[in-house]
Design a protein around this ligand. Structure first.
Ligand code: EZ4
Ligand code: CO
Length: 412
């Protein structure tokens, strides 16, 4: 089982995706997701120029050795580009090993610890009315846990909102929020923390009054608050019993969460932009968070994220893997295999991909009654149709950014 071909496939059916495809001398293939939203081509270059030449001729069975070799021999460790590239190799090798064994990857990871993965979707609306419609439509699609984001009075555009206008422009294709915009330059959005802090608790009060106490509700503050503002938000949301409050402060400063934790019992989730166990070391050990938001795609693959989650398990911290549309179907499948096998699974984020994406990637996961399951195909259970992929060349796209009223760039 020697790796004798490694191809990097870039395709943009509904958005950009980067996929690594490895082929062994005995004809097995494996897929890995290397999509880094808005910086896709940096990972393509890293893979093509620096990783593919190192893979050819290696034993595809040696997943851990290949991981350590790519991580340590680069000398320049970690970072989103490097760790997405290593993640793709790791996923593709697990896919190949599963096919060689005739088993789905979750069986190789220890077998199923549960029958399905509770998933949450993204409800949003510029107004409370739009938000309620969106929550209802998610419940009709089977979601049993729902993230709530709304417009804030006085702000033109804000993270996390798919308004009815967006929905109509997309001809009803999807009601989820997709932040990356195609175009030569990123969109500029506006931000005002005080308006946000005043408004959000009123929204959760309205949602609880309308939908009752049972429905698990989540919210994402998207890195925009200082520690004391985050503490204030967590405290003001306590009456509405959130499943989690996500990314309250910019992720770089792990110590910030100590202050937040001293003031609120609202559960905290963080880490969608983290890329290694080192980013979590202090916040897990000090029990400053409740959920690990890392995606398999951005955290060095199944092998590394499993180590992060095993470490987290010692502190009763659970998984809450990132699953926006910028994680490809391959990355989502990897998340589902890992989530099914670990004991400390918490919840899986799940936004549906567009119809074109589902034609490029053949998938075998199931979605029923609010639960995901990766299926029982050998490997990850995802195929890539090269002809379909070839129809959609890369399109420049960026995530937006923020400015305050006085023009200062703020965290997006
Ligand atoms: O902004 O995936 O919780 N989900 C999120 C996402 C991220 C995008 C970035 O590529 O915060 O919407
Ligand atoms: Co988030």
């Amino acid at each position: 089982m020697i790796i004798d071909r490694a191809e990097v496939v870039v395709t943009s059916p509904d958005r950009n995706f980067v996929t690594l495809k490895l082929t062994t001398d005995d004809g097995l293939t494996g897929l890995g997701d290397a999509t880094l939203n808005g910086r896709e081509l940096a990972v393509v270059a890293y893979l093509k120029d620096h990783v593919v030449p190192l893979l050819l001729g290696r034993d595809a069975h040696r997943i851990e050795d290949t991981w350590q070799f790519l991580y340590r021999s680069a000398y320049w460790r970690r970072g989103p580009v490097t760790m997405a590239a290593i993640a793709a190799v790791d996923m593709a090798l697990w896919d190949i090993k599963g096919k060689a064994a005739g088993l789905p990857v979750y069986q190789l990871l220890g077998g199923a610890s549960r029958t399905g993965l509770l998933a949450y979707g993204h409800a949003s609306g510029k107004t409370t009315e739009e938000l309620f419609d969106s929550i209802r439509s998610h419940q009709e699609q089977g979601y049993r846990a729902i993230r709530v984001q709304t417009g804030v009075p006085g702000l033109k555009s804000i993270y996390g909102i798919a308004s009815n206008a967006t929905y109509e422009a997309m001809q009803g294709v999807r009601y989820d929020h997709e932040p990356a915009q195609r175009g030569a330059l990123p969109n500029e959005e506006d931000w005002d923390t005080r308006s946000y802090l005043r408004h959000v608790p009123t929204v959760f009060e309205a949602v609880r009054n309308e939908f009752g106490p049972e429905l698990p509700l989540l919210h994402d503050a998207h890195h925009r608050l200082t520690p004391i503002q985050a503490a204030q938000l967590g405290k003001s949301l306590e009456p509405y019993d959130l499943f989690w409050l996500e990314d309250v402060t910019p992720a770089e400063n792990q110590e910030a969460l100590r202050l937040v934790r001293q003031h609120t019992t609202t559960p905290l989730a963080i880490g969608e932009i983290f890329n290694s166990v080192w980013d979590y070391q202090q916040i897990i050990r000090e029990q400053l968070i409740d959920y690990v938001r890392s995606a398999v795609t951005h955290t060095g693959g199944i092998s590394h994220l499993r180590k992060v989650l095993d470490y987290a398990a010692q502190y009763q911290v659970k998984s809450g893997m990132h699953g926006p549309t910028d994680i490809s179907p391959v990355g989502m499948a990897a998340a589902m295999h890992l989530g099914l096998s670990i004991h400390n699974f918490g919840i899986q984020e799940y936004m549906r991909h567009g119809a074109k994406t589902d034609e490029v990637f053949q998938q075998s996961f199931t979605w029923s009654d609010g639960y995901l399951h990766p299926g029982d195909q050998p490997g990850l259970g995802v195929g890539l149709d090269a002809d379909e992929a070839g129809k959609y060349p890369y399109v420049q796209a960026y995530l937006p950014y923020n400015r305050l009223a006085d023009g200062t760039v703020h965290d997006w």
